[in-house]
Design a protein around this ligand. Structure first.
Ligand code: CTP
Length: 419
């Protein structure tokens, strides 16, 4: 068994290393009843690749949550998220440490949450997604740094290969398909052919996965620097289609996602929504059950398509552009601007986003009251008229606005009486 203690000394940032040493010390206390303690998951993978990551995942043979409480106490942290699966998280000022009881997982049906039974590390590693994520480093004092790699993770790291541990891996947990493309594009690896076959064979099992779980893995993809490549690959392998036939991303949207690496996730969601039809957006929203801002972002595209051709007209006044665009979320319009052809539509979007939407009347509601307008809905209607006039530049000064109010007020009052 290779020992990676030296590699840990070199690659792991000192505060993280100190935390791991503290974790080993606490595990040696008789009172906490821990038989073995291991570092697992992404940090082991990244360490063996010579990269450092700071998300600490610990696997405990023994009482995981009890150990988490003792370690948290020692680190001056707080235990959060204790689950019935024997897991807990510790939050310190600088770190999050996930602690799990080493366990075997069985699934009552594909996509279901697992039933768990405490186990040793070998079984715990055997339930994991990919060989490169199924390695552990022993943190017990007498074996500190020993790498446990029963599934050839190290060799797959060298070969840059994403490979599942067994053929039913995606049937157990279809969300692993989204994880596979995420790791593939993040690390610059390739998913092994047989793993792709298994993934495609069991794609339909996504039907059994809850919206919340699909959404969580989709968010992780959007959080990656390689999000455009991962989404493109997920589409190519039929993973998006397995989640929902409505889950398609136009090539222009993909390119735009790639071109805007520093934008927020909601902007990228808006780019995906930008080219969906209404029925696709509705279907996708139902499948992902996302929060309200995502729903708006996904749904705005089809509504925008309905007015896009009007924005091409040469005789549009600024106030008409405002009327067409003011109901849309700003990010949805910024997404459309990113995609729009270099025509009048684009100019209209740009002028609304950059200038028109900030153009407000000089007079306020209070000014209108002072000018003798009765309190009530007329104030709002007059402010709307003033806004339109200001957008179309038919008023310039405060006096122009007051003149307009004085001209329009009697008409509006008499219209009100007639009704
Ligand atoms: N895991 C799994 N199947 C899943 C989710 C997680 O087998 N559906 C296992 C993997 O061994 C993974 C570990 O749990 O390495 C921790 O999960 P997570 O924190 O999501 O992954 P990391 O590998 O730490 O990935 P990342 O680098 O994206 O944080």
């Amino acid at each position: 068994m290779p020992n990676v203690a030296n590699l840990m000394e070199r690659s792991v940032p000192q505060p993280v290393l100190d935390t791991l040493r503290c974790a080993a010390l606490v595990a040696s206390w008789e009172t906490v009843k821990v038989q073995k303690l291991y570092l697992v998951g992404g940090m082991v993978r990244d360490l063996v690749r010579g990269e450092s990551s700071v998300d600490i995942d610990l696997s405990v043979v023994g009482n995981g949550p009890g150990y988490a409480a003792a370690l948290s106490n020692e680190l001056g942290g707080q235990v959060t998220k204790v689950s019935k699966f024997g897991t807990a998280a510790i939050e310190t000022d600088t770190l999050t440490i996930d602690v799990a009881t080493a366990r075997v997982e069985t699934y009552e049906h594909p996509g279901a949450l697992p039933n768990v039974t405490p186990s040793g590390i070998t079984e715990d590693l055997a339930r994991r997604d990919f060989t490169i994520n199924a390695m552990a480093i022993d943190l017990s004092s007498n074996c500190w740094g020993e790498l446990i790699d029963p599934h050839g993770g190290m060799s797959d790291l060298m070969m840059k290969r994403i490979k599942t541990l067994h053929a039913d891996s995606f049937a157990d947990d279809p969300t692993r398909a989204l994880r596979a493309v995420r790791y593939e594009t993040r690390l610059g690896f390739k998913i092994q052919g047989s793993t792709i076959d298994d993934m495609q064979r069991d794609g339909a099992r996504f039907d059994a996965v809850s919206p919340a779980r699909v959404l969580a893995d989709f968010r992780y993809i959007l959080g990656e620097a390689s999000r455009a490549e991962a989404l493109s690959r997920a589409e190519e392998l039929g993973v998006l289609g397995s989640i929902s036939p409505a889950f398609r991303i136009s090539s222009r949207s993909l390119q735009a996602i790639k071109d805007t690496p520093d934008h927020e996730p909601l902007f990228h969601v808006s780019l995906i929504g930008a080219r969906l039809t209404k029925s696709e957006a509705d279907t996708l929203i139902e499948r992902l059950d996302p929060p309200a801002d995502w729903r708006d972002a996904l749904g705005a595209g089809s509504t925008y398509q309905e007015i896009a051709s009007v924005l091409e007209r040469s005789d549009l006044r600024p106030s008409e552009i405002a009327e067409l665009l003011s109901g849309f979320p700003i990010l949805a319009l910024e997404a459309q601007l990113q995609l729009a052809p270099a025509t009048r539509q684009r100019a209209a979007l740009r002028s609304w986003l950059e200038e028109l939407r900030f153009r407000e009347p000089l007079l306020s509601g209070d000014d209108l009251l002072e000018a003798g307008v009765p309190r009530g809905p007329l104030i709002g209607r007059l402010l709307d008229e003033l806004r339109r006039a200001r957008l179309d530049r038919t008023v310039g000064t405060r006096d122009d606005e007051l003149t307009l109010v004085k001209r329009r007020l009697p008409v509006m009052l008499s219209n009100g009486k007639e009704r």
